[in-house]
Design a protein around this ligand. Structure first.
Ligand code: F6P
Length: 320
């Protein structure tokens, strides 16, 4: 019998995490569950940093970026001793099941808790990278794309006015999702992503060819995991002789008010996660596929996602 559930956010924060927390709390309370918030992800679980959450404690957060529970990347939890302490906290506080909100690392933590320590866990996908299976999109990705797009639009204004090449680095150590989406939506001329091989010299000769035809500004979007933006810019200047500037968008992509899409997604998925717990389905993650709630095993969710970058990449090249 599940009476009390815990909720935590872990790993890189993503806009919409607060909306997901709110949904877990209010949907849980609606179903007569007590909800405990765990601070700073798995670190808080190890240290016993818990707060009681009720309907009112999640007022006014649906529109806020970041996470009221705070988050961390916790190396201590990777070791057996850290996990033992975390399990102790859960047992001492009579937390019967746990909702983890986060990305791949967060899910891997939950897999350990469920498989090794038999702690009932369910996952809610929240990462700007959109690199989890079982969902078309993760919470935070839409906001991050729109933030990066807004910045790219502004960069284009100055690129056009001053006839320059801009290399814009977006987030994504292993995932080109943000880069591809921003490149297509922002009308970028070139995009480099970790999933696809590229030839910098060939790209530079394309720029020279475009320049001959009268084109005088370029936006090159680079995912952080594909190449160092500085190196790309140096190469472009070296081969083309064009004036080049670098903009690293960095962590602004993780902040800000979540878009409507992220708030809606988070609200649906938080409730769906509580439904899984109420139905006794553990070791699973929720998602949305083709508009419908979808459920997959946590270990399936963390399998290398085959990103749909290739068709987008071709389209970006044709339209540029
Ligand atoms: O996983 C989300 C993400 O923003 C990645 O895109 C990025 O590579 C990483 O987190 C950055 O992590 P940190 O904030 O720990 O530097």
């Amino acid at each position: 019998m599940i009476r009390r559930i815990g909720v935590l956010t872990s790993g890189g924060d993503a806009p919409g995490m607060n909306a997901a927390i709110r949904s877990v709390v209010r949907y849980g309370v609606y179903h007569n569950l007590e909800v405990v918030g765990i601070l700073r992800g798995y670190a808080g679980l190890i240290n016993g940093d818990l707060i009681h959450l009720d309907h009112r404690s999640v007022s006014g957060i649906i529109n806020r970026g970041g996470t009221i529970l705070e988050t961390a990347r916790c190396d201590e939890f990777l070791a057996e001793e850290g996990q033992r302490k975390a399990v102790e906290t859960l047992r001492q506080n009579e937390i019967d099941a746990l909702v983890v909100i986060g990305g791949e690392g967060t899910y891997r933590g939950a897999i350990q808790l469920w498989n090794k320590w038999h702690i009932p866990c369910v996952g809610v996908p929240a990462t700007i990278d959109n690199d989890l299976n079982g969902t078309d999109i993760t919470i935070g990705a839409d906001t991050a794309i729109n933030t990066a797009l807004e910045a790219t639009d502004k960069i284009r204004d100055t690129a056009t006015s001053m006839e320059r090449v801009f290399v814009v680095e977006v987030m994504g150590r292993d995932s080109g999702f943000i880069a591809i989406q921003v490149a297509l939506a922002g009308g970028a001329e070139e995009v480099l992503v970790p999933e696809l091989s590229y030839n910098l010299e060939a790209m530079c000769y394309d720029i020279i060819e475009g320049s001959r035809k009268g084109k005088n500004s370029w936006i090159v979007i680079v995912a952080e995991g594909a190449a160092k933006a500085d190196r790309v810019a140096e190469k472009i200047t070296e081969i083309t002789g064009l004036e080049t500037r670098v903009v690293v968008l960095g962590h602004i992509q993780r902040g800000g008010n979540p878009t409507a899409q992220d708030r809606i997604l988070a609200s649906r998925l938080g409730a769906a996660a509580v439904d899984l717990i109420l139905n006794g389905e553990f070791g699973k993650a929720v998602g949305v596929q083709d508009g419908e709630i979808n459920v997959v095993d946590l270990h399936v969710a963390v399998k290398q996602k085959k990103p749909a970058v290739e068709p987008f990449y071709q389209l970006i090249r044709i339209l540029s």
